[in-house]
Write a protein that binds this ligand. Structure first.
Ligand SMILES: C[S@@+](CC[C@H](N)C(=O)[O-])C[C@H]1O[C@@H](n2cnc3c(N)ncnc32)[C@H](O)[C@@H]1O
Length: 384
């Protein structure tokens, strides 16, 4: 009776993120009504299938949501295949769902990742009653299964996101060194960006920070433009996903009465990309994009052009030198310009080298540190 009353056991879920973003992701999960448990590289939580869909729609700082299928001790490849074949794979995959298996192994007798992947594939095929197929070709949308051995304990997880969550669907035009959408989102959340707060990115590139900010300002969730999650699995539920989308604000720009978002870049191609991306995101009207070098950005140059308070959130060039001068000078100029906006403004900056960020001359404290495409990145914010 007790088990009937309590319903099916909650799913064991894990939202993965870039290292360093765990506290921000945990807070997003808390707002979704879960009890998050931050771990290295992500946050564990429990929930049902509707929550899994809501996580795909709302999480802005996660890169994947994994379903932990099972964990068991295992010391040999034969045992691995036998135990894998006994699992209820028909609950997680359809017989024709393309899938890939990726293995990792640490301090375990099963150490050959290629052999682990092969045995897991064999076990899955046996459980589903189908022939073992080749790995799907590059570019085919496939469910990823992670087989993780640590000290002879295997954990099998299924990546329910199919494609990384930072691929929101709007940034089809990008320029040099584009910022990942989840990282732009993290910078804004960590900086306390909130609806109604004016926002400026004077090194906007493809417009990622401005577009993520406009979506936050409009109350639009990060995953709204992504394909329906869980395609090809027994969990696919188009109508439940559409119901979530239908419940979103109908005229989001109506929610932006006093928000003002400006983006600029000295590169004309960057502004074309920003406008095209903002259009795809449904947020073109919320962002004023202009082709201006830092020193010509209108909010810095025209008295009264900038609102009295707001946030400059940006990731300036990372390289050692930029054409036309030293990067240190560029950061120094940025600091000088931000100070001219007045005491109501704060600066949030993503920099490869915090020493460079300190060349702004503005006292900064660290928000988080992470890795972006193999490059160490630190997010900092001005005090006050
Ligand atoms: C690291 S990228 C920004 C990437 C951006 N966050 C995105 O998501 O695409 C730095 C940008 O700064 C611009 N830039 C470099 N020097 C500049 C200057 N003096 N004034 C304005 N923009 C500049 C570059 O054209 C480049 O687009």
């Amino acid at each position: 009776m007790a088990s009937l009353m309590s319903g099916p056991a909650p799913l064991a879920l894990f939202a993965a993120c870039l290292p360093g973003l765990e506290p921000l992701l945990a807070e997003e999960l808390r707002l979704l009504g879960t009890t998050p448990r931050p771990l290295g590289g992500g946050v564990a939580f429990a929930g049902d299938r509707p929550l899994l869909l809501r996580a795909h729609l709302h999480l802005g700082t996660a890169s994947h949501v994994l379903l932990r299928c099972t964990a068991f001790p295992c010391r040999a490849l034969g045992e691995l295949q036998r135990k894998t074949a006994l699992l209820p794979w028909h609950e997680w995959l359809l017989p024709r769902t393309p899938y890939t298996v990726r293995a990792t192994s640490r301090q375990s007798r099963c150490y050959h990742t290629g052999a682990i992947e092969e045995r897991v594939r064999n076990g899955i095929a046996k459980a589903l009653g189908v022939a073992v197929t080749d790995e799907p070709a590059e570019g085919v949308l496939a469910v990823q299964i992670a087989a993780r051995f640590v000290q002879d304990q295997l954990t099998l997880s299924l990546d329910t996101s199919m494609t990384p969550l930072h691929r929101r669907g709007y940034r089809l035009d990008s320029r040099k060194a584009p910022l990942r959408e989840d990282l732009a989102h993290a910078l804004l959340l960590a900086a306390g960006y909130a609806p109604g707060m004016p926002l400026l990115d004077p090194f906007c590139g493809a417009g990622t920070i401005a577009i993520e900010g406009a979506a936050i300002a409009a109350g639009l969730p990060a995953g709204r433009l992504r394909p329906t999650p869980l395609t090809g699995t027994p969990w696919f539920d188009e109508s439940a996903w559409q119901e979530l989308l239908n419940a979103l604000p109908a005229a989001p720009l109506g929610l932006l009465p006093d928000a003002s978002i400006a983006a600029s870049d000295r590169d004309a191609g960057a502004i074309t990309a920003t406008n095209a991306n903002a259009e795809r995101a449904g947020l073109a009207k919320a962002i004023t994009a202009s082709c201006d070098a830092l020193t010509n950005q209108p909010w810095f140059n025209t008295a009264g052009a900038a609102p009295a308070r707001g946030l400059v959130a940006t990731n300036p060039p990372f390289g050692i030198r930029v054409s036309g001068g030293d990067l240190g000078n560029l950061y120094q100029t940025l600091g000088h310009r931000v100070r001219t906006l007045g005491p109501g403004w704060r600066l949030a900056i993503l920099a490869h080298d915090p020493r460079l960020a300190r060349r702004t001359g503005i006292p900064l404290r660290q928000l988080f540190a992470t890795n972006h495409g193999g490059v160490k990145v630190t997010a900092l914010i001005s005090e006050g």
